[in-house]
Design a protein around this ligand. Structure first.
Ligand SMILES: C[S@@+](CC[C@H](N)C(=O)[O-])C[C@H]1O[C@@H](n2cnc3c(N)ncnc32)[C@H](O)[C@@H]1O
Length: 193
């Protein structure tokens, strides 16, 4: 289960960025919502947006289900690697802290699903640690990357250039890279018009 202490710490810095990139209304699909710490906070702050949480993990879905109310919808089971997502449209997609704690196929699946669901001009928001060409990696992120790879050799902090290339080949162009606290980043891709 994700660390909700971290989510409580980073939810306001993330919300500040979300306010500048999400549409005023419509449905936001959050993939890999975990225990819903972010979903509860963002849904309450971003009314009238409808927040659609989801995760691959059944225990997470059970916790998420206890939190749904108002504009925070009941969770969907969604494995981003699947080509068959349980909804066919979203007005924006948000994914925090997954692409490094999953195989590369999860990042590719997230990008492919985003390309299928979003209409031109809509955004995919990513949050987490990334390695960025030309910028020295923070020692804490290097240590985190090593510990992830030790847990699973297919995991690890992703190179932003590799994500950009995989996104671009699916019609998604990066429009923002924002430094966030604790050596994390907020990244925005927009579907090409
Ligand atoms: C570190 S938690 C992040 C939770 C929350 N978004 C946050 O930032 O606090 C990673 C989440 O990714 C989910 N996850 C891993 N692989 C996934 C996949 N293929 N599809 C959807 N969710 C996945 C896990 O079940 C877990 O809930």
């Amino acid at each position: 289960m994700p660390n909700s202490t971290a989510a409580q710490r980073n939810r306001d810095p993330i919300l500040k960025v979300l306010r500048t990139v999400l549409p005023a209304k419509g449905v936001v699909l959050e993939t890999n919502s975990g225990d819903g710490t972010h979903a509860v906070h963002f849904a309450a702050a971003l009314t009238p947006l409808v927040w659609q949480p989801s995760d691959i993990d059944l225990p997470a879905l059970e916790i998420l289900a206890t939190k749904s109310t108002g504009n925070l919808k009941a969770p969907l089971q969604l494995d981003v690697v699947s080509t068959d997502w349980p909804l066919d449209h979203a007005d924006a997609i948000v994914s925090s802290n997954m692409v490094h704690i999953a195989p590369w196929a999860a990042c590719e699946g997230l990008l492919s699903g985003t390309a299928r669901l979003l209409t031109a001009g809509s955004v995919l928001f990513l949050y987490g640690p990334f390695f960025i060409d030309g910028r020295p990696a923070a020692p804490s992120n290097q240590a985190f990357d090593a510990s992830l790879k030790q847990r699973n050799p297919e995991w690890g902090i992703r190179n932003l250039g590799a994500i950009d290339a995989a996104a671009a080949s699916r019609g998604l162009d990066r429009t923002k890279l924002i430094d966030m606290p604790a050596n994390n980043f907020a990244i925005v891709y927009r579907k090409r018009t």
